[in-house]
Design a binder for this molecule. Structure first.
Ligand code: B12
Length: 210
């Protein structure tokens, strides 16, 4: 029942009630991963569907996002496990023109708990900024780029192309992700790796950084 409550609260954007519901679900013995996947991410899928069907608009999407962020704050200590920074640096950002950051932030959380030090460039990040940040941090192991819109897939492609053209390219791995991205697209644009979600991103990042 508790995960269903979390789902409803995220779907309806009840940001004041979410923290308590997540705490209750944890107390009831639901795992943090289940609360995240079955409560929050599924609710966001539903929100996206309702937006697509014209049942809700941008403000409702924004309120749902805010609610999820508050819920994730409660989950964070239960999802994170580990030795911060021990595996090296990762640079991450959402590409130019794209303001979606919930998925990116989950990826950061999983990377940090896997042991990476993460430099978060935020959203709407220019391709030049990714390159400049690497140049200022040449010990970076992986550059991660997120894109959530089909209309920002070209920006992802341009970002990877600029990174691929740099003399440092052989020393760093490039990972891409986000709902519209696929392995085929990642291959086409010359990224080293794509994964579907935050947990698999952290797992793959460990392999790449080894
Ligand atoms: C919340 C939301 C918003 C919020 C974002 C708030 C925020 N701070 O992020 C707001 C209201 C700002 C917004 C705006 C818009 N949105 Co919006 N949004 C969503 C929504 C409902 C949820 C996104 C989300 O957070 N999902 C949950 C997270 C956990 O999933 P995720 O982001 O996919 O991330 C996971 C994986 O993809 C992966 N991952 C992510 N990044 C990376 C990176 C790497 C390297 C790796 C390996 C993996 C990885 O791991 C993550 C965790 O498991 C989606 C619908 C959906 N189901 O995705 C629409 C959706 C993405 N939005 C959409 C649209 C159209 C828009 C707008 C254009 C609407 C408008 N008319 O203004 C604007 C664009 C603004 C902009 N320039 O970016 C469409 C996109 C359609 C398309 N074909 O591209 C969607 C799909 C809704 C829909 N069904 O129509 N949106």
């Amino acid at each position: 029942m508790a995960i269903a409550d979390v789902y409803k609260l995220v779907e309806k954007g009840k940001s004041k009630l979410i923290a308590e519901a997540v705490e209750e679900a944890l107390e009831d013995g639901d795992s943090a991963v289940d609360i995240l996947n079955d409560g929050m991410i599924k609710a966001m899928d539903k929100v996206g569907e309702k937006f697509k069907n014209g049942e809700i608009f941008v403000p409702e999407m924004l309120i749902a996002a805010k609610t999820m962020k508050k819920g994730v704050e409660v989950l964070k200590p239960h999802l994170a496990t580990g030795a911060a920074g021990a595996l090296g640096k990762v640079i991450i950002g959402t590409v130019a023109g794209d303001l979606h950051d919930i998925g990116k932030n989950l990826v950061i959380m999983m990377l940090e708990s896997a042991g990476f030090e993460v430099i978060d460039l935020g959203v709407d990040v220019s391709k030049e900024k990714f390159v400049e940040t690497y140049e200022a941090n040449p010990d970076t192991k992986i550059i991660c780029c997120s894109a959530l819109l089909t209309t920002t897939m070209p920006a992802l492609k341009d970002t990877v192309a600029l990174i691929n053209a740099q003399p440092f390219r052989g020393s760093v791995k490039v990972m891409v992700g986000g709902a519209p991205i696929s392995q085929a697209f990642a291959d086409e644009i010359g990224a080293d790796a794509y994964t579907e979600d935050a947990a698999s991103c952290a797992k793959k990042a460990k392999e790449l950084a080894a």
